[in-house]
Design a protein around this ligand. Sequence first.
Ligand SMILES: CC(C)(COP(=O)(O)OP(=O)(O)OC[C@H]1O[C@@H](n2cnc3c(N)ncnc32)[C@H](O)[C@@H]1OP(=O)(O)O)[C@@H](O)C(=O)NCCC(=O)NCCS
Length: 175
Amino acid sequence: MTTLRAFTCDDLFRFNNIGQHRGARRGGRCEYLAHWPEYFIVAEAPGGELMGYIMGKAEGSVAREEWHGHVTALSVAPEFRRLGLAAKLMELLEEISERKGGFFVDLFVRVSNQVAVNMYKQLGYSVYRTVIEYYSASNGEPDEDAYDMRKALSRDTEKKSIIPLPHPVRPEDIE
Ligand SMILES: CC(C)(COP(=O)(O)OP(=O)(O)OC[C@H]1O[C@@H](n2cnc3c(N)ncnc32)[C@H](O)[C@@H]1OP(=O)(O)O)[C@@H](O)C(=O)NCCC(=O)NCCS
């Protein structure tokens, strides 16, 4: 049986079998966890093995109707994929964002990551904008664009937050 539980600081050092990406490296510190503990959820197997995790936060201006939940990192270990785990973790993050009064949930994903892009579309997300060279070159990989994908929450009754931008933006243009 899968256990879904809150992150501990120790969990941040146990991700070798799952992998990390830009968001996890940049944001996966204990201080970050301390700011948004409810947005950090771990899925654990009965033997204690980490199956997957989601890290997120709440951010944005309430006045401009941009207050939202953000997915910083989502990863499921290869042996536990296609079991609906990522979908469940996303559902939990959306519920938390609803409770906090967010207008939408958003995330950044590599444009080449077709599996993830299609999964997010399956979960109701759409491309809001393309962010040019959001992912900097590293480990021999070139710079890569990101899709900023969004899903409107119930507070955004007119779904204004997900109207796609007509042009791509640069990383320095995003808040
Ligand atoms: C993307 C990832 C998180 C998906 O995790 P997962 O637990 O296997 O996903 P789920 O089982 O919840 O899949 C939900 C739906 O997404 C789609 N999907 C997920 N993985 C898929 C795949 N490999 N091929 C096709 N569709 C896929 C399916 O529609 C699936 O529903 P279904 O199984 O009922 O058909 C996982 O593959 C992963 O950790 N990848 C590496 C890290 C990553 O890319 N993270 C996201 C970056 S922002």
